[in-house]
Design a protein around this ligand. Structure first.
Ligand SMILES: Nc1ncnc2c1ncn2[C@@H]1O[C@H](COP(=O)(O)OP(=O)(O)OP(=O)(O)O)[C@@H](O)[C@H]1O
Length: 273
């Protein structure tokens, strides 16, 4: 009998401290290949810390992360894990084109000359096509809309050959149309056997996006079907809110939602989402 395949992502009893601050306290869950897992939790609940630990950028105080059964350093070295950072972690004024950003995903594949070869150019072209940014390839990265910027970073992960993708708040500063485009793209990638962990404050987005959800508050409060995790009791526990009910669903995240500001941020005139 063959042994069952390792989970794509395995977080085991993970504890991370920044000095006196306990950012993760025994977080424990796993995600099977080809699944989209939504990560929800209030500000400061440890979501970015978890991403950085999975990426091997932070060493845990205890516990472990395994990606396809391997430690983060190895998975990262082999380009198997791609990261779409929070917008505020990126210098959008940096003078690089969309194509340059996607080519960064190929750095681990370049030969001794460090010059992109035809195979690298093809991989970048295919990734740009996949996220529908071919027409924007030569544009400076900061001159994209919020949603397009996220897709450019997803393309970097695809060009790299990553099978696990981590997205930190991809819907922040993005309008509803871009949110739908990103959701569709992530679902397509999951159908293509990518494993996706995506943090979001946008709880409305979860059911369409995720196969499963993790409710994080330094540790995992709940892990299961997104609808279960969105139950008022669970959210009250994680967010400390009295969740009110309305006809269109609970009103927990109105404070996070400012569609007008998202629209302003999102698009240049006449551009797609
Ligand atoms: N570099 C750091 N030094 C010290 N404390 C930190 C550092 N980074 C994060 N923290 C603290 O660790 C805890 C978890 O932070 P983290 O950024 O992981 O949360 P988050 O869930 O991503 O929050 P948000 O939703 O606001 O992005 C918070 O209390 C935060 O203040």
């Amino acid at each position: 009998m063959t042994a069952p395949a390792a989970p794509a992502l395995e977080i085991r009893d993970l504890t991370v401290r920044y000095g006196d601050v306990l950012a993760l306290d025994g977080a424990d869950f796993s995600v099977e290949p080809g699944r989209v897992c939504g990560l929800v939790g209030m500000n400061g609940s440890g979501k970015s810390t978890l991403f950085k630990t999975i990426m091997g950028m932070i060493r845990p105080d205890s516990g472990s992360v395994l990606i396809d059964g391997d430690p983060p350093a190895r998975a990262r070295r082999e380009g198997r894990v791609g990261y779409v950072p929070q917008s505020e972690d990126v210098d959008w004024a940096f003078p690089v084109s969309v194509r340059d950003v996607v080519m960064m995903g190929r750095y681990g594949h370049l030969g001794v000359s460090r010059r992109p070869r035809r195979a690298d150019q093809h991989a970048v072209d295919r990734a740009l096509e996949r996220v529908e940014l071919t027409d924007y390839a030569d544009r400076q990265i900061g001159r994209l809309s919020g949603g397009q910027r996220k897709r450019a970073f997803v393309a970097r992960g695809i060009a790299q050959g990553a099978t696990t993708l981590l997205l930190d708040e991809p819907f922040a500063g993005v309008d509803k149309r871009s949110e739908a485009t990103i959701t569709r793209l992530l679902r397509e990638l999951a159908a293509d056997d990518h494993t996706i962990l995506v943090s979001t404050h946008d709880l409305h987005a979860l059911p369409a996006l995720a196969d499963e959800a993790v409710l994080l508050m330094r540790r995992v409060l709940m892990h299961g079907d997104p609808h279960e995790v969105l139950q008022p009791d669970a959210l009250a526990l994680a967010f400390g809110l009295d969740v009110m009910h309305r006809d269109d669903g609970p009103a927990w995240d109105d404070r996070e939602r400012d569609d007008d500001s998202r629209e302003r941020d999102a698009r240049e005139p006449g551009e797609d989402a």
